[in-house]
Design a protein around this ligand. Structure first.
Ligand SMILES: [Zn+2]
Length: 310
């Protein structure tokens, strides 16, 4: 038997962040863990499928951003036979999360951090397996292949599942929120701080498209079969973002000034792209978008300053 389920982690709001449950011949994998607070949703999904926590062979995180990996330590405690699969540059932050937690606490403030993420504990390094680019593991009748995909983060990989012919893309293949799919597909990338690299991000989108998956599994949010359409929209946004970064790098403007300008430009672009996608934009849509646009503007401004000759 082969099963694939999308789990709504109910992160901040419904249908914003997903995790996936895969089962093949009795072997189970979770792809993404979201936060500590999502772990009950993950366990419930297991229960619904009448699967035992002991049958979980792998917990996989595409990268260490906390809406992807924040629940890993809590989930690993409940799945005693699981091995955590991570990018070599991500693994050390899961084994010793102190730096990760400290920097997130600084970004969000302690109160917001605790409310969003809760406790993040170290994971025994004997239970962590690092996957090089092109590495594979077996899950029942499926081969899971790991492809390193820089652009959104330097320590990001995607997971291709041979049996389902689905690629789980983390944040590499952008954001496709169900709430914004009322007309055509509407996709945009996540260019959040601090690793964003436009050219690498475009190459990574193309790398996913070259796998020719039947569907992509996006953490934000769900399974989509329109791989070519979504990829084309992402490349357009990423080309625009790369040009914005290059122009701002040449200017003498400070990071804060650049960020303000980017926010305004991305807002305008969003309205245009929404019209092109046949979407009549509501205030709720704008609110949903605002968080990403602000984060995206921030990430692009950081990239612009980094690109300057020192
Ligand atoms: Zn991310």
């Amino acid at each position: 038997m082969s099963r694939l389920a999308t789990i709504d982690c109910d992160y901040v709001m419904p249908r914003l962040a997903a995790a996936f449950l895969r089962e093949s011949k009795g072997e189970v994998a979770f792809i993404e863990t979201n936060t500590t607070y999502a772990v009950p949703h993950l366990m419930e999904a297991l229960h619904k499928e009448a699967l035992d926590p002991k049958s979980v062979k792998y917990v996989i995180v595409t990268h260490v951003h906390l809406d992807h990996a924040g629940g890993a330590s809590a989930l690993m405690k409940l799945c005693p036979n699981a091995t955590l699969l991570a990018h070599p540059r991500a693994a050390r932050h899961l084994i010793d999360p102190s730096k990760l937690v400290a920097s997130a606490r600084q970004v969000y403030g302690v109160e917001v951090f605790d409310k969003l993420y809760g406790d993040i504990e170290p994971i025994d390094e004997k239970r962590v397996q690092q996957l090089d680019d092109g590495a594979t593991v077996t899950l029942g009748a499926s081969t899971l292949s790991f492809l390193h995909t820089r652009g959104h983060a330097n320590h990001h990989f995607v997971v291709h599942d041979s049996e389902e012919n689905v690629t789980f893309t983390g944040d590499t293949f952008g954001l496709v929120y169900p709430a914004l799919q009322r007309a055509k597909r509407f996709a945009y990338p996540s260019t959040s701080p601090t690793d964003f690299d436009g050219e690498a991000a475009i190459a990574s989108v193309k790398r996913v498209m070259d796998l020719k998956p039947r569907a992509v599994g996006l953490t934000h949010f769900g399974l989509f079969e329109e791989v070519t359409d979504i990829g084309a929209q992402l490349i357009r946004w990423l080309e625009l973002s790369t040009k914005m970064v290059a122009d701002a790098a040449k200017s003498g403007d400070e990071q804060g000034t650049i960020e303000q300008r980017f926010k305004w430009e991305l807002d305008k672009e969003f309205e245009k792209a929404a019209v092109a996608a046949g979407l009549t934009v509501s205030d709720d849509d704008r609110q949903l978008m605002r968080f990403d646009l602000e984060l995206n503007a921030q990430g692009l401004a950081v990239a612009a300053v980094r690109q300057r000759p020192r």
